[in-house]
Design a protein around this ligand. Structure first.
Ligand SMILES: [Zn+2]
Length: 404
């Protein structure tokens, strides 16, 4: 409550209507009204797919518990896994054998070399732990940056996966230096971990390519609701057989079968609408709490109302998510960023899908027009320069309404 009140006071001091308005300064959406428009568009797009996916989960639950009347939040991922195995005959164990950490790492490095015409060499520089791997990035024999991969868990280490800028790149002065701090097994990885690896590696490439101009690039120079888009786009490559066949091999050296990648892609979008509905629930909670004067808000009643309107599983009596929702602090009103970035990623991807994911000319344009220019002009213009047209959220909304 105190956080809401103090931020509201700050907004008033600055002459704004509320903190949501203050919080939207320097974003792509630029004003609260555009967040409402955006989330309304997505809510409409997922309406029918949510009903469909919920019915499938309920039918599965009734096979296990014949008198079940509804699916709860805590049932969803368990039931989804059963459905992926039964209906899509996708076995996570079968997939895992093709993703050995060393091969995945080398495959991701090689992918970036061939897409962006760079050379990456292991480096002998000192690191903070014996398991940390150091690399240097060259373009036509010229050093343009360096990075570290701290990929495996150990006691006392950060437990998530993230990219950290260690030194900002500034033309003629400093070279960009970054680290990926992740927690992957040393041997076989889940496919979702390979996706996370490439996502974080996407932030790293962005940091290095944007760090060649004279503004001194950090992720804070771009609009906060744009920065996830390039990495979200790059996730697509781990679903592409032509990319995977170059590094996804098992212990016998056999390449991942094309049919298996096709099965993975078929199962990929099951549960997408339910996932987006949950994201929109959090988006509404984050946005609506700040898009008003907080005086007199009953937080529990407020949260209950949001969950009943947006969540596919409704509100669970006695829960107080606002008390543990860390994004209400760091992201403030801007939880919408995740879905917004997804919608931009879909647009950026549209040109790659047309011209080929491994098309070097497309990748070169993307690097030069979007990644290298981040922070030098509005992100909407970067996207327009690359697409040759204004971007729109319609492609993402259409994908959601089609169930993927
Ligand atoms: Zn990210």
């Amino acid at each position: 409550m105190e956080l809401l009140e103090e931020r509201y006071k700050l907004a008033k001091l600055l002459g704004h209507k509320n903190f949501a308005e203050t919080n939207m300064i320097g974003t792509m959406v630029s004003a609260p009204a555009n967040v409402v428009k955006f989330t309304d568009t997505l809510s409409a797009a997922i309406k029918a797919p949510v009903v469909k996916e919920k019915a499938i989960l309920l039918a599965q639950k009734q096979k296990l518990t014949p008198d079940a009347k509804q699916v709860h939040r805590w049932d969803a991922s368990y039931l989804s896994n059963i459905i992926r195995e039964q209906d899509y005959s996708l076995d996570a164990k079968e997939v895992r054998q093709y993703f050995d950490y060393d091969k995945v790492r080398d495959g991701i490095v090689a992918l970036s070399e061939s897409m962006f015409d760079i050379t990456i060499k292991p480096s002998k520089v000192a690191t903070w732990h014996s398991s940390v791997e150091a690399y240097e990035v060259y373009e036509h024999n010229k050093l343009i940056g360096s990075f570290f991969l701290d990929s495996h868990p150990r006691d006392g280490k950060f437990t998530h996966a993230a990219q950290f800028g260690m030194q900002m790149g500034k033309k003629g002065q400093t070279l960009p230096k970054a680290a990926l701090v992740m927690n992957f097994p040393k041997g076989l990885m889940e496919h979702s971990q390979v996706e996370t690896f490439l996502h974080e590696y996407g932030h790293l490439l962005h940091f290095i390519f944007a760090g060649q101009n004279d503004i001194g690039y950090s992720r804070f120079q771009g609009e906060s609701d744009f920065n996830e888009a390039p990495s979200m786009m790059l996730e697509e490559w781990v679903w592409d057989y032509d990319t995977l066949k170059d590094f996804a091999t098992n212990a016998k050296g056999e390449v991942i079968p094309k049919a298996l990648v096709e099965k993975m892609n078929k199962a990929r979008y099951f549960g997408q609408a339910l996932g987006v509905a949950t994201q929109l629930t959090y988006t509404a909670l984050s946005f609506d709490l700040y898009n008003r004067d907080p005086a007199g808000i009953d937080l529990d009643a407020f949260e209950k109302d949001i969950f009943e309107r947006y969540s596919p599983y409704g509100y669970v009596e006695g829960t107080h998510m606002h008390a543990s929702f860390g994004h209400l602090d760091g992201y403030g009103a801007k939880y919408y960023t995740y879905q917004w970035s997804n919608s931009i990623a879909e647009e950026l991807l549209s040109r790659f899908k047309q011209e080929g994911l491994l098309n070097k000319k497309t990748a070169k344009d993307y690097r030069q027009l979007v990644l290298a220019k981040t922070g030098t002009k509005p992100a909407a213009e970067l996207v327009k320069d690359f697409l040759g047209r204004d971007f729109s959220v319609d492609a993402y909304a259409k994908k959601l309404s089609n169930g993927g």
